[in-house]
Design a binder for this molecule. Structure first.
Ligand code: PNS
Length: 163
């Protein structure tokens, strides 16, 4: 079975990585899709987010994943890929509510498209990309929350903005 794991990944966090590696324990292939969330202002360019996902997954020894960027609808991507399973991580009740609405909308757009919810891992359940961007912007240590390649990029960006 293959599935799509869509998200903004702006940037990838250890929470995302945990979901990716857990999904690959029961999937043959995972398509990690960097997509556009119109409610969020972009931080890193999509190609950079995709590069970081590839690097971090390889550094973790993961295989059987593919990373792509797409600026359209998830339902259209799923149809093109012939992939009718979507993986989403759930951290709390608010996530469950918003992700359930999205899952229903996606299933209406593409009948048969199922969304599989995975609970966020205990250690990563409070991590969000926006929290990490904020910690990094104030010069805080993000090494507990993101893989080393992401930490490096955040530090470089911060340095660039300070000079
Ligand atoms: O990491 P995020 O920001 O929670 O991911 C949300 C994302 C990018 C998966 C969602 O906004 C999305 O699916 N965007 C693609 C456009 C789309 O299909 N929107 C309708 C969803 S019902």
């Amino acid at each position: 079975m293959k599935a799509i794991f869509p998200g903004s990944f702006d940037p990838l966090t250890n929470g995302h990585l945990d979901l990716i590696s857990r999904s690959l324990t029961f999937l043959d292939e995972l398509i990690i899709a960097v997509m556009v969330n119109p409610d969020k202002k972009g931080f890193l360019p999509a190609q950079e987010r995709a590069r970081l996902i590839k690097t971090a997954c390889r550094e973790k020894g993961l295989t059987r994943f593919r990373v792509l960027t797409d600026s359209g609808l998830l339902a259209d991507l799923a149809k093109r890929e012939g992939c009718f399973q979507v993986i989403k991580g759930i951290r709390n009740a608010a996530d469950l509510e918003s992700e359930s609405a999205m899952a229903r909308a996606n299933a209406l757009l593409l009948p048969g498209l199922e969304t599989i919810f995975l609970p966020a891992g205990g250690e990563t359940m409070d991590i969000s990309s926006s929290l990490i961007r904020q910690i990094a912007a104030f010069g805080g240590d993000v090494s507990h929350f993101v893989p080393p390649c992401v930490e490096k990029v955040l530090k470089e960006r911060l340095h660039k903005n300070n000079v």
